[in-house]
Ligand binder design. Structure first.
Ligand SMILES: *[C@@H]1O[C@H](CO)[C@@H](O)[C@H](O)[C@H]1NC(C)=O
Ligand SMILES: *[C@@H]1O[C@H](CO)[C@@H](O)[C@H](O)[C@H]1NC(C)=O
Ligand SMILES: *[C@@H]1O[C@H](CO)[C@@H](O)[C@H](O)[C@H]1NC(C)=O
Length: 436
């Protein structure tokens, strides 16, 4: 009995198993002796174990190259590539430069923290912002993972040079050439802050992300937007040039893109005239042989400005913040959309594509009537679109007092390498005085 149970299945059914080779030289007697050590039950268990192992090996060797497996392999490689790209960026040095006034930062700031800064938690934040009654809201940045340099300054008039007057146009700029210069100075100032820090520490950032304080991010910034040797800007809102509401590039291309004031004499030498912000931006990059990519971007510019509705050929459409997106830097506000589906198609097909048009599909964009103030009850619309977690910051800022504001700024300053602002109490009182 024991002998049969031990040898029969091994020699007849599974002759090819390596385990059986010993058996050919093993006499029945030896087998019997062996089985004294191993019970009948154990032998069966062993056979079962080796059989399954064998079948498993057979499966891998014979089907290893079949369609399904190699497809899965390719998929796994693609996944692996995606995550290693992200890993690579997470190990590189990224500067995030935020510029502009704090206006509705209680709405945009938390989305920037969550979907840009936290998405690349190794990134260093550089903030360059003019002081006004909303600056106190920037104290929300105490929640940023890393704060490097903060500059909040009292804006002063920038003297206009001859070459600036020759190259730039005041048309379509709310504050004329001075408005353009203020904006260019803000952007280039951020580069100066980055360069100052680099010089001090003796290193160079691999990437610079330049964004606006009034950008609302509906989804995370993608690692696909970091392309070596090329500059990434959003599609649409190009006003005859390049959309300048966001820019991502390696260090060298970013230096060109952010040198908005210092490249003006170069543009003058190339005989450029009548440039607005976007056409100047385009001339800057093209004259320095930098190629530009325009992948869609999940953010919009939250604006309090009023715009005609329905927008005509050269008017600016106002997207509902709740649109599915990506909105690629279009103007937006929280609203009850008045235009969706075929209405959106009618409006968007009527816009000049090289001006204030924005990329859209029937289900990605809904429009607000931007003629008036933000509608009564916009807070509810915002909270519903942004979700509870982001909405709680809006409520926090609403109930902020000077003391808490100063405390927040002090925490933020504790994280920063460089701090260049008016006294904290002054910033906080400017916006919160009425609450004291
Ligand atoms: C960036 O520019 C510097 C100086 O012009 C140059 O030495 C370096 O090779 C450039 N880096 C890349 C990645 O092109
Ligand atoms: C700019 O214009 C001047 C005068 O018309 C001309 O001499 C020069 O070649 C032009 N420069 C370029 C780069 O086209
Ligand atoms: C850009 O490319 C052109 C043509 O190849 C070349 O003549 C010019 O010097 C380049 N400019 C810069 C700034 O690299």
């Amino acid at each position: 009995m024991e002998q049969q149970a031990a040898t029969k299945p091994r020699t007849t059914n599974y002759p090819q198993i390596h385990f059986n080779n010993n058996d050919k030289n093993t006499s029945p007697r030896k087998s019997i002796q062996l089985t004294k050590w191993i019970s009948d039950f154990d032998w069966r268990l062993l056979i079962l174990l080796f059989t399954s192992l064998f079948l498993l090996l057979l499966y891998f060797f014979s089907y290893g190259e079949s369609e399904t497996i190699s497809f899965n392999k390719r998929e796994a490689q693609a996944l692996d590539f995606g995550s290693s790209r992200k890993d690579e960026l997470t190990r590189s040095r990224i500067a995030v430069c935020l510029v502009g006034g704090a206006r509705r930062f209680e709405l945009t700031g938390p989305s920037i923290i969550e979907r840009v800064l936290n998405e690349f938690p190794n990134s260093d934040l550089f903030l360059n912002s003019p002081l006004d009654s909303n600056s106190f809201k920037l104290s929300l940045l105490k929640f940023a993972p890393r704060v490097n340099s903060v500059r909040i300054f009292e804006p002063t008039n920038i003297p206009e040079t001859d070459s600036q007057v020759r190259v730039l146009t005041a048309a379509n700029s709310p504050n004329g050439i001075q408005g353009l210069l203020q904006y260019f100075n803000l952007v280039e100032g951020c580069l100066t802050m980055i360069e100052d820090y680099q010089r001090e520490k003796g290193f160079t950032y691999d990437w610079i992300v330049r964004s606006r304080v009034d950008g609302y991010w509906s989804a995370p910034l993608s690692s696909d937007s970091f392309i070596p040797g090329q500059y990434v800007v959003p599609p649409g809102s190009s006003f005859k040039g390049f959309n300048d509401r966001l820019g991502i590039g390696d260090y060298n291309t970013s230096v060109v893109a952010l040198s908005r004031l210092s490249l003006i004499p170069t543009l003058e030498n190339l005989n450029y005239t009548q440039l607005n912000s976007e056409t100047a931006f385009r001339a800057q990059l093209i004259s320095q042989n930098i190629s530009v990519q325009t992948p869609a971007q999940p953010f919009c510019i939250l604006s309090d400005r009023k715009y005609p509705f329905p927008p005509g050929r050269f008017d600016v459409p106002v997207a509902a913040l709740s649109s599915r997106g990506p909105l690629s830097g279009a103007k937006c506000r929280p609203c009850t959309p008045v235009c969706a589906g075929s209405c959106v198609a009618d409006v968007m097909l009527g816009l000049a594509k090289w001006w204030s048009w924005t990329p859209w599909k029937v289900d990605t964009l809904e429009l607000c009537d931007g003629r008036g103030e933000w509608e009564v009850g916009w807070e509810k619309k915002f909270d519903a679109a942004a979700g509870k977690r982001l909405a709680q910051f809006r409520k926090k800022v609403k109930s902020l007092n000077v003391k808490q504001c100063v405390k927040n700024f002090m925490q933020m300053r504790g994280k920063a390498a460089k701090w260049d602002t008016p006294p904290l109490e002054e910033i906080c009182k400017l916006g919160l005085q009425s609450k004291q």
